[in-house]
Design a binder for this molecule. Sequence first.
Ligand code: NAD
Length: 468
Amino acid sequence: MNIDANNMETVVNLIMKELNKLNLEGDNTVCCGKNGVFHSVEEAVAAAKKAQRELFDSRLEVRDKIIKSIREHLAKYVQELAELGVAETGMGRVYDKALKHQVTIEKTPGVEDLRAFAFSGDDGLTVLELTPYGVIGAITPSTNPSETILCNSIGMIAAGNAVVFAPHPGAKKTSLRAVELVNEAIRLAGGPENLVVTIDEPSIENTNKLMAHPDVKMLVATGGPGVVKSVMSSGKKAIGAGAGNPPVLVDETADIEKAARDIVAGCSFDNNLPCIAEKEVVAVDSITDYLIFEMQKNGAYLIKDEEQIKKLAEITLKNGEPNRKYVGRDAKVILKDIGIEVGDEVRVIIMETCKKHVFAVKEMLMPILPIIRVKDAWEGIEVSKELEHGLRHTSMIHSKNIDVLTKYAREMETTILVKNGPSYAGIGVGGEGHTTFTIAGPTGEGLTSAKSFARNRRCVLVGGLSIK
Ligand code: NAD
């Protein structure tokens, strides 16, 4: 048989299809992934390394094109990813998750984030450039699985890297789907295959392999304290985006009606899964009753009975830690399990507690919001600081007193501080600034974007090119 260029391509495509089929059916000897999904860490890293070299050797406009394609292509799958995330993890709200994906697509910075810096003078011209690390290992959470994959992919590719994702095993389907869709978008843009990859069986063991792999030059962990500690002690450049316990302080100068609306909206957003969401209210005594009254008007259900509060703590905690069964669940579902039937309009469960109550101290990630009364704003600042545990993650305040606002900001030292707005204003939803789902408090990058995933390099030209 004569094989011309056209049917040669057909034959190659058929062979590739068969190989991919084998790969999906579990043959570990085949070393090509499908849509960025590989069997082993070794294969995934090797493929990513090759893709990164190709990207690095291309023009910046290639990265730009890929990111544009990710934004356009993924915009068609916002609802699917939101539904899949809620169905698989049992956590969050579809409407809010869809919004989270949408802002990620629209407001995660691309290549424009990489600005060069120059010095020039008698000795010549020196340029500081933001350059890629190479292959990044990114560990992602169950609470924002596909949102994190999307925003990390955009930022990491913009900085010229490839990325191997290690998703939470509890969000495997959603995470793999997000990786597949990003791969489709890269292909549509004509970008290198396997710039964004993952493994088909996420596990702590595979994550550890990824962290130790010599070709992985940077680690980015978005999750709880365990994984952040792991990457920070890896000996590699690491970004740690860890847990928080954000307080919201309300003083007597605040617009109480607005504060109540904002707090319920922020706390109940995706059923309190975002690490930035309001986790406890610290309210000045003189306005606390009115604040509670207004919160009730906006979807908060007040529990006054001590026995019911106790019952709520019994079911929502397991061995002193948040019970996974209730993490990210609707307030209505949680209330039902302590014998209280309410309608869909209830979004948050509120109660007055002391500052030592477990609901105030623990990061529950549930729409349960304790309210702690203080005599004045100054005491409120102390209590808020105590409850944030020095994590320096996120805090909110509703006040019009400049001295209080200033003192709160200085004392809290949080990576995000939202004044007179809901917590999500801090990640660009109704507040100025870009969006990210990797907020790096422990390692100091803050709200990560492309420049956080880039190495700063200095190129010095001696004795020329200065035109001063
Ligand atoms: P998690 O810590 O259980 O898991 C996060 C990721 O780390 C997963 O991929 C998991 O498989 C992996 N992992 C966990 N322990 C590990 C270990 N010892 N070694 C290696 N890998 C490990 O967190 P989660 O429940 O999925 O997410 C919720 C937590 O993440 C909350 O504490 C929340 O505040 C935090 N979070 C922080 C940010 C941020 O930007 N700062 C964003 C989202 C979530």
